[in-house]
Design a protein around this ligand. Structure first.
Ligand SMILES: [Cu+2]
Length: 70
C-alpha cells in the first residue's frame, strides 16, 4: 500500500479528479483518496510510476509533496 501526500484538495470534486487520474494509470488497485488525510492510498503491483503520477496530478493544479510505502 502506498500513500501519496497531496496538497490543494478542497472538496469532493478534487477527490474525484485525483481518483480519476489514479484510475487512468491502469496499474493501481484499491484507490482511495482522502480529503481529510490530504492523501491518496493505493496498491501498485510493479511499483507505481510516481514521477508520472506526480506530473499528472500537478497538471490539475494540486501539489504532490511526497509518498511513502506502508
Ligand atoms: Cu475541489
Amino acid at each position: 500500500m502506498f500513500k501519496l501526500n497531496i496538497e490543494g484538495m478542497s472538496c469532493q470534486h478534487c477527490v474525484n479528479t485525483v481518483t480519476k487520474i489514479l484510475e487512468s494509470m491502469g496499474n493501481l488497485k484499491n484507490i482511495k483518496v482522502s480529503l481529510e488525510d490530504k492523501a491518496a492510498y493505493f496498491e501498485a503491483d510493479k511499483g507505481g510510476d510516481f514521477e508520472l503520477i506526480k506530473a499528472k496530478v500537478e497538471e490539475k493544479g494540486y501539489k504532490v509533496t511526497g509518498w511513502e510505502e506502508k
